[in-house]
Design a protein around this ligand. Structure first.
Ligand SMILES: [Zn+2]
Length: 96
């Protein structure tokens, strides 16, 4: 026999991912953290500082991120980086 009982289910609110916007131009990503225009494409940018302390009794970490669209990455960030001390990016290509 299956016994049923009445329970009170409280509604709650929760922070869930909605959209990603560029911190420079305000553009919105179409696919979560993927800035690509088409579903079969992938274009992800990362600009993050992660600081962490770890001890036997615990630790702490802080992540500081800028979300930047590929267009602003290329036209603003990359040009700024390369104009300061002639910085060059690490570029890795893959083919499959
Ligand atoms: Zn942008």
């Amino acid at each position: 026999m299956k016994h049923m009982k009445t329970v009170l289910i409280l509604e709650h609110t929760e922070e869930v991912f909605d959209k990603l916007t560029c911190d420079v131009c305000g553009a919105e990503s179409k696919w979560d953290e993927n800035w690509a225009a088409k579903e079969h494409e992938k274009s992800i940018t990362t600009l993050q500082l992660e600081e962490e302390e770890s001890f036997p009794h615990g630790g702490q970490s802080t992540q500081t991120q800028y979300h930047i669209c590929p267009s602003c990455f290329k036209t603003h960030l990359a040009k700024w980086m390369e104009s300061h001390r002639e910085s060059k990016p690490t570029v890795t290509n893959s083919v499959w």
